[in-house]
Design a protein around this ligand. Structure first.
Ligand code: C2E
Ligand code: CA
Ligand code: CA
Length: 621
């Protein structure tokens, strides 16, 4: 039997080799056929013969240990006197899950099912009946060797792939760890690991928006520079760390403590009023004022604190809160250090100034100090004037000309804005009556827009004046609509139903996304003049201008470019497809009489579109 195996696998002449390779090619395609023909003497097999089952099992085990496992085992079912073929197959399989087993059997000692059960899987067990043909053995061996080799390659590839996946997973983990580290570093001070200025501003932002009363204190260490200079920076750093720990320990629960930089700390904490805030600050001051031991030196700590108590809803500007705490801190330092000072308005020049402006404004309306000027909005093609934006001017006998950019925000903080707004709307409605068909564009601040019954009030005034709502454009900013988008959408819808035009002013500077504005009933987008200013200079500006124009057109809206100051901008905006222009190059805001003349003439330049040269000559008068 073994001799006939040996003869079957012996190297043969070329003819037999070709026959074999033809067979292989039929089984595995051409690639497999190439391998044997490269070796003209036919396929070479490394053969091991064992007479007994146990010897066979031992040979498989030894080969595995060597790392040169067998691909096929031919097993006779009967091998007296040792274990039989079925048991041999079972033991070999237990050692080597990949080996192909060929059971050679004369008559049915065992059913294939029994053997498969013992030495499965079934796709790795084959049967050859005795007596067998040489070709049958060789063909089976060739086919199984190929398959075995292919399976191993596949397994190796899979293993390598799994390795790569593991590596990627590790890298992803590391990346996200790095990211968390970066976020931590961006928000924390590296010396003390306390939150930094950025994190503090964010927390303060949250506090001013909440409906709880809170205090903010700014803490500055006294004589820190002296300590740094006499004991060195390392000692200075150590003192900062120690003080930071003391502040944390002394602060009430729910406090937020940050290192703003240098020897400056800040804390936010809930407080019922100024008395409690001062008590907390005294405690913080005491915590900083111990004698500390720093690198063997005895160092006397000390600090100055400024504190401000913020009533819910009284401000929404975190920077302003910091400014007030800082003003109070300066007072504390001026007062001789080691002190706590509470902010009061007398410390604040600008607050005093605001109060004066407020007082002046309320007299301005009655005293006739206000007027409106009108700036043309023109169609970019023929330079036809389609409307005028009404802009407020205040000539104060005490302060001279004051810009609306300065006094409107102050009026916004009180009910004055409503009185002012009513006057503006009424005056603008008077003006529009004298124009043939242009609209007047009126600015409304966010607070006006959110006023109780805003729509009703506007409609009432417009109806009383007899002007058609289609000749009134309402200009609002993104801030006005996005704070309460739902209500704003409803307000705009109602105004538009009545025939008013709606323009979104300063577009691009707020936080609305291009996508979101679809929800609102708008006729016009006004691209903020900062982007027009950047045209041709900054890539971002050009990109924003182009996408706003594109979006406006797609949604069927007019797009007005604000602040057009040069001819080059006019050309660039025309090329980009911008429908309307406004700016000093075309016309400055002008007095009512001048606007009336221009409205009658219809066109900005006598020669129409081709005459766009040099700045227009209108003045505010
Ligand atoms: P706004 O609504 O963006 O008005 C456009 C501002 O840009 C006006 O400033 C206008 O004079 C100016 N401007 C126009 N063309 C050019 C240009 O080519 N170059 C430059 N550099 N500036 C140009 P103004 O009149 O000082 O108004 C400032 C802001 O005050 C307005 O900004 C608006 O937000 C507010 N405002 C003005 N009038 C009223 C009003 O009656 N009611 C309300 N609520 N706000 C108003
Ligand atoms: Ca405006
Ligand atoms: Ca604007």
């Amino acid at each position: 039997m073994h001799d006939s195996y040996a003869r079957s696998f012996a190297p043969r002449d070329t003819a037999a080799g070709d026959a074999l390779s033809a067979m292989a090619s039929e089984l595995f395609g051409d690639a497999a056929a190439d391998a044997p023909s490269a070796e003209p003497a036919g396929p070479a097999f490394a053969l091991t013969h064992r007479m007994q089952g146990l010897d066979g099992v031992a040979a498989v085990e030894a080969a595995l240990k060597l790392g040169e496992p067998y691909s096929v085992a031919f097993i006779d079912v009967r091998m007296p006197p040792g274990i039989d073929g079925k048991e041999t197959a079972r033991r070999i399989r237990a050692l080597d899950p990949d080996i192909n087993l060929v059971i050679v059997t004369g008559y049915s000692d065992f059913s294939p099912l029994e053997i498969s059960r013992a030495a499965g899987p079934a796709d790795k067990i084959f049967y050859i009946a005795k007596p067998f043909e040489v070709e049958e053995i060789v063909q089976t061996a060739t086919a199984l060797c190929h398959r075995w080799a292919a399976d191993r390659e596949l397994a190796a590839a899979r293993e390598a792939l799994a390795g790569q996946v593991r590596l990627l997973e590790e890298q992803a983990l590391e990346l996200s760890a790095n990211e968390s580290r970066a976020v931590h570093m961006a928000n924390h001070d590296s010396l003390t690991d306390a939150p930094n200025r950025l994190a503090f501003l964010r927390a303060l932002h949250g506090s001013v928006r909440s409906d709880e009363r809170f205090a903010m204190t700014m803490i500055d260490l006294d004589r820190f520079k002296l300590i740094n200079d006499s004991f060195g920076h390392l000692a200075g750093d150590e003192l900062i760390r120690v003080v930071c720990g003391k502040l944390h320990a002394a602060a009430p629960r729910g406090s937020f403590i940050a290192r703003l930089g240098g020897d400056e700390f800040a804390a936010l904490f809930p407080a019922t009023g100024e008395d409690e805030a001062v008590m907390v600050c005294e405690r913080l001051l005491k915590a900083c004022s111990e004698t500390f031991s720093v690198f063997g030196h005895s160092v006397q700590g000390g600090a100055s604190l400024g504190v401000v108590v913020i009533e819910p809803g009284s401000t929404n500007d975190p920077i302003d809160v910091m400014r007030r705490a800082d003003l109070a801190l300066n007072e504390a330092k001026r007062g001789g250090r080691g002190l706590v000072r509470v902010f009061d308005e007398s410390m604040d020049e600008s607050i005093r100034f605001r109060r004066q402006i407020e007082g002046g404004l309320s007299k301005a309306i009655a005293g006739g100090e206000l007027k409106l000027v009108y700036q043309p909005i023109v169609a970019s093609g023929a330079m036809k004037v389609t409307g005028f934006e009404a802009l407020l001017r205040w000539h104060s006998p005490d302060y001279g000309m004051i810009s609306p950019a300065m006094f409107i925000p102050i009026a916004e903080e009180s009910n004055l804005i409503h009185e002012l707004g009513d006057w503006v709307l009424e005056t603008a409605l008077d003006a529009v009556k004298h124009w043939p068909d242009q609209y007047v564009s009126v600015n409304f601040s966010p607070r006006q827009f959110r006023r109780q019954n805003f729509v009703g009030r506007v409609i009432e005034r417009v109806q009383r004046s007899g002007v058609s709502p289609t000749r009134v454009q309402i200009e609002i900013t993104e801030t006005a609509i996005f704070d309460d988008a739902e209500r704003a959408a409803e307000t705009l819808y109602r105004l538009r139903q009545m025939g008013f035009r709606i323009a979104l002013d300063d577009f691009g500077t707020g936080y609305s996304s291009l996508y979101n504005i679809r929800k609102f009933a708008l006729d016009c987008l006004k691209i903020d003049r900062s982007f027009i200013d950047g045209l041709g200079r900054e890539r971002e500006s050009s990109a924003i201008v182009h996408s706003v124009i594109h979006l406006g057109r797609a949604l069927g809206m007019e797009v007005v470019a604000e602040g057009v100051e040069t001819e080059a901008q006019v050309q660039a905006l025309r090329v980009a497809g911008c429908s309307h222009l406004q700016g000093y190059f075309l016309a400055r805001p002008m007095a009512e009489e001048d606007a009336r003349d221009l409205a009658g003439k219809q066109f900005l330049f006598d020669g129409g579109a081709d005459a766009v040269q040099g700045a227009a000559t209108g003045t505010e008068g």
